[in-house]
Design a protein around this ligand. Sequence first.
Ligand SMILES: C[S@@+](CC[C@H](N)C(=O)[O-])C[C@H]1O[C@@H](n2cnc3c(N)ncnc32)[C@H](O)[C@@H]1O
Length: 251
Amino acid sequence: MTALVSLVGAGPGDPDLLTRRALARLAAADLVLNDALVPGDLLALAPRARRCFVGKRAGRHSIDQATINALLVRAGRRGQRVVRLKCGDPFVLGRGGEEGLALAAAGVPFEVVPGVSSALAAPALAGIPVTHRGLASGFVVVSGHAEGAYAPILGELPPGRATVVVLMGVRTRGAIAGFLIARGWPAATPAALVASASHGDQARWLGTLATLAGADVDPDAPAVLVIGAVVDLATTLAPAFAATPAARAAL
Ligand SMILES: C[S@@+](CC[C@H](N)C(=O)[O-])C[C@H]1O[C@@H](n2cnc3c(N)ncnc32)[C@H](O)[C@@H]1O
């Protein structure tokens, strides 16, 4: 493989959910720059590569975005095979677009390898179809990290019109529930939190907008919040399929 910077989606964490192209890029990589949510199992798939952790956790930026962009450009100019490994999909709330723009501006050849976004994987692995005939014909994905991120989108959404999927919304779940109830969403609207999807410690909480603020979840675990009538399907669907790694291993 010739020198290239690959912006690779790692999926939600289970190596089985990597794409074949992601596997090939990892196997050939000289350098991997990875995020905090990328598990060690995946890094082991790049045995030749030097590794550089460029993640951010709990609001503490270990390295800023401009520095990451500069590292990618410099490594690409050196003719290395570089994998920028990001959880989920690189272009879903992951700043992959900014990295692509920096590489394009510098004239460094790059590609995007799409990954399975947690916005889809977490609901699916918890038995929640984000669309379902008669319940929801669409879904919206927003960042919950601040009201300025979700309010312009959720404020325009008529109550119950679509399934709402929120990333980075664990700490703000009470504010999001209050925001929706204040805009006419019934307090009894089903809600779910799916934490560490596809990992051995995957966990799920089911409730309603009224009970969401008090949900007993690990505030530090990555989690996806799902709101809408489709959440109720989880109680029937999840027990009927092997959703957890432990259950799959037993097959
Ligand atoms: C910076 S965003 C990156 C999203 C990523 N690009 C994607 O497509 O999934 C990080 C957020 O993704 C969600 N997330 C990532 N991996 C997850 C997982 N395995 N289980 C649940 N949520 C996850 C969490 O909401 C976390 O706070």
